[in-house]
Design a protein around this ligand. Structure first.
Ligand code: 13P
Length: 247
């Protein structure tokens, strides 16, 4: 039995005033039986990790550099995130792949860095609408998974997030059959590469327009172990409904 995960990605949203949402989430998710991860912008990681302390809610970063220190202006290392109190980091989100040209090889190196610092790596994969229309979805996702996931993955040091690019922030979602097809495929790839125990232990999240109203049906699809949620994670009132669906 894999424990489900409700993970929130605040992207480039949130000021100090938003920390109240975490206070509210702490109260509403008390007793949750799923894992809850919230990834605010880097500026809020330390303060939110303090607030989350003792609640079971894990605070995560949204990216890290692969080096520990050095001349990389504007970048943040996995060790810095860990030092600020983070327990996880999102890597290879499609917005970073598109905005910053991140490659599978870089995501792979960043994942190794996350492990070095003791962070769980939440590795994102997903096809564009054009790739889906061209029938390339499984090829694209298989390639991203292979290239972005380092050797040495375990059931606890990685989480995979399948996020179709065309479903992010659009209100559109794949059908449950389409979600199931991709998640089954990813499960098969993980088992083939890492063996039964690790391959069946890794959690695979769905992301892209998850809302309180559709979370339960998506999370009930086989091999869907929870969600990575953007817009609907910004307000505790919405995200707590998604946490409830993952319980
Ligand atoms: P939305 O939930 O806003 O569609 O974003 C999904 C996402 O990109 C999470 O990483």
């Amino acid at each position: 039995m894999r424990r489900k995960i409700a993970a929130g990605n605040w992207k480039m949203n949130g000021l100090k005033a938003s920390i109240g949402e975490l206070e509210a989430l702490k109260a509403s998710s008390e007793g949750a039986t799923c894992d809850v991860i919230l990834c605010p912008p880097a500026t809020l990681v330390a303060a939110m990790a303090d607030v989350a302390s003792g609640s079971g809610i894990v605070i995560g970063g949204q990216d890290c550099h692969w080096n520990e220190t050095g001349a990389h202006t504007g970048d943040i290392s996995a060790e810095m995130l860990a030092d600020a109190g983070a327990g996880a980091v999102i890597l290879g989100h499609s917005e970073r792949r598109a905005d910053h040209g991140e490659t599978d090889g870089e995501v792979n190196k960043k994942s190794v860095a996350a492990w070095r610092a003791g962070l769980q790596a939440i590795i994102c994969v997903g096809e564009t609408e054009g790739q889906r229309d061209a029938g390339e979805t499984l090829d694209v996702i298989g390639g991203q998974l292979n290239g972005s996931t380092p050797e040495g993955a375990t059931a606890t040091n990685i989480i995979i997030a399948y996020e179709p690019v065309w479903a992010i922030g659009t209100g559109r979602t794949p059908t449950l059959e389409e979600v199931g097809e991709v998640h089954d495929f990813l499960r098969g790839k993980l088992v083939a590469r890492f063996g039964d125990e690790i391959g069946n232990g890794v959690r695979i999240l769905y992301g892209g327009s998850v809302k309180p109203s559709n979370a339960a049906e998506i999370f009930a699809v086989s091999n869907v172990d929870g969600g990575l949620v953007g817009g609907a994670s910004l307000k505790a009132s919405d995200f707590s409904g998604i946490v409830a669906a993952a319980n």
